[in-house]
Design a protein around this ligand. Structure first.
Ligand SMILES: Cc1ncc(COP(=O)(O)O)c(C=O)c1O
Length: 480
């Protein structure tokens, strides 16, 4: 980044420091991830210079032959990845994608039924401070207060009473799997469009680790930067035909395209679209499925560690990439303070409302954490156990500097690997084992050097010797 350094040292400095922060910390914001160097290069390319209003082959500007190549590739890869009939890759962000989808099939003030914000919905699902809540008449369903899960009978009851134009599924902070087929059936029963916003779980859906709504829903919106691990941006997938209004002049795909451009946006971000194409290619590789499976396994292990310590989790656990803790009930501190003390030990999270929250949106009772980013960095179950312990220790003693210093010094991210020497007694025999565990995260705190474990009837003593290895983890500091 020599040119940037010469031209603008302040911005260069901020970028270098931010890269360092990302490298040194444990990134557990459920909506963040680390893109590959290839995606970064596409996004940082000369494509940012181009104007290309319109669609491939039908642009309002000249010189778009290579832009058309990128956009067409992004569309065909997304279609393959999700099995979509039609894809628009131009939405600048998830919020715009939702606005464009609403614009495509509704009139202002139409009724939309979506998940309550404090139960996991997104701002664009009808918050009064957002365009959605101002332009449309929103109704909300929530989760069952006892189970923390969506009750599809409640959704059906609400849909039958309200008769919305759109039934919206898909959320920002719901840790359980979604019954997309069930949502589709309800939408069909009440004559509503089924729109699914899979901004968070898109990567899991693409990998087949979570059910993919594209085969059911009329419209599916998603961001591309969360579990899908692409650049910041979004896309809309939909059926070609309009199930609700089949005799309209435009079919559903045409309605979506014109809502995006010229309805809502001007020129697309061509450099970002190229980045999306690269990310979709990566997600089509078999290894992406392993990645998505590991995200879910990591979240489950982390949830189990927290539950073992008596931490209250919304719905009692997780099926996907995120965990929602009630930190107020579990540790007697609110979300805002929890984020701040975890920041101090370089574990990055976000405060979040929990169902029936006793706080405010700015200082709610919940903390949302997720595993997509740390899984990209190569972390597995053993690291989750360590991180779970760190959460509990930090949140139990939020004002204890010694505890925080110890965790901070124990947190080293890098190219490391561990040699595990374990000896133990298993029912009737002693055993001795040596194994290597590849780790992207290790602790240097002396207390972590030894552990005594109890596993399925076996007492085990672990001695961990740490040393450098060349095993690569995702490098965050590319020299473009
Ligand atoms: C479910 C859902 N929809 C939409 C969005 C909006 O995405 P963006 O921040 O790109 O506007 C988000 C972002 O967090 C989300 O979680």
């Amino acid at each position: 980044m020599d040119s940037l350094k010469d031209a603008d040292n302040e911005i260069y400095d901020a970028i270098v420091k931010e890269t360092g922060r990302q490298e040194k910390g444990v990134e557990m914001i459920a909506s963040e991830n680390f893109v590959s160097k290839a995606v970064l290069q596409a996004v940082g390319s000369t494509l940012t210079n181009k104007y290309s209003e319109g669609y491939a082959g039908k642009r309002y500007y000249g010189g778009n032959e290579y832009i058309d190549v990128c956009e067409t590739l992004a569309i065909s890869r997304a279609k393959k990845l999700f099995g979509a009939e039609h894809v628009n890759v131009q939405p600048h962000a998830g919020s715009q994608a939702n606005m464009e989808a609403f614009f495509a099939v509704t009139e202002l003030k139409d009724k939309i039924l979506a998940m309550d914000l404090s139960n996991g919905g997104h701002l664009t699902h009808g918050s009064p401070v957002n365009f959605s809540g101002k332009f449309y008449t929103f109704f909300h369903y929530g989760v069952d207060p006892k189970t923390g899960r969506i009750d599809m009978d409640d959704v059906r009851k609400a849909a039958k009473t309200i008769k919305p134009r759109i039934l919206l599924s898909g959320f920002s902070a719901y840790p359980r799997t979604l019954d997309f087929k069930g949502f589709q059936e309800i939408a069909e029963e009440v004559g509503a469009y089924h729109m699914s916003d899979i901004a968070h779980i898109a990567g899991l859906c693409a990998a087949g680790v979570h059910e993919n709504p594209v085969k059911f829903a009329d419209i599916v919106t998603t961001t591309t930067h969360k579990t899908l691990r692409g650049p910041r941006g979004a896309m809309i997938m939909c059926k070609e035909s309009d199930r609700i209004n089949p005799n309209d002049k435009k079919n559903l795909a045409q309605k979506i395209d014109s809502a995006v451009f010229p309805g809502m946006q001007g020129g697309p971000l061509d450099h970002v679209i190229a980045g999306k194409a690269v990310a979709f290619k990566e997600a089509l590789e078999p290894d992406f499925r392993n990645y998505a499976e590991q995200i879910v396994r990591n979240a489950k292990v982390l949830a189990d560690v927290l539950l073992d310590h008596g931490v209250e989790l919304v719905s009692g656990g997780t099926d996907n990439h995120l965990i929602l803790m009630d930190v107020d009930k579990s540790f007697g501190i609110r979300g805002k303070k929890a984020v701040q003390v975890l920041d101090e030990v370089h574990i990055y999270t976000n405060k979040n409302m929990v169902p029936n929250d006793r706080g405010t949106p700015f200082d709610p009772c919940g903390l949302r954490i997720g595993t997509p980013a740390i899984t990209t960095r190569g972390m597995k179950e053993s690291e989750m156990k360590q991180i779970g312990e760190w959460y509990v220790r930090t949140l139990k003693s939020p004002d204890d500097k010694a505890v925080k210093d110890k965790i901070k010094s124990g947190l080293v991210l890098g190219l490391r690997s561990d040699l595990l020497i374990s000896a133990g007694y298993n029912s009737d025999r002693w055993y001795f084992g040596i194994s290597y565990i590849n780790m992207a995260l290790i602790s240097q705190a002396p207390i972590e050097e030894r552990s005594i474990g109890y596993e399925t009837g076996m007492i085990r003593i672990n001695l961990v010797r740490r040393f450098q290895t060349k095993k690569p983890i995702r490098i965050l500091n590319p020299e473009l």
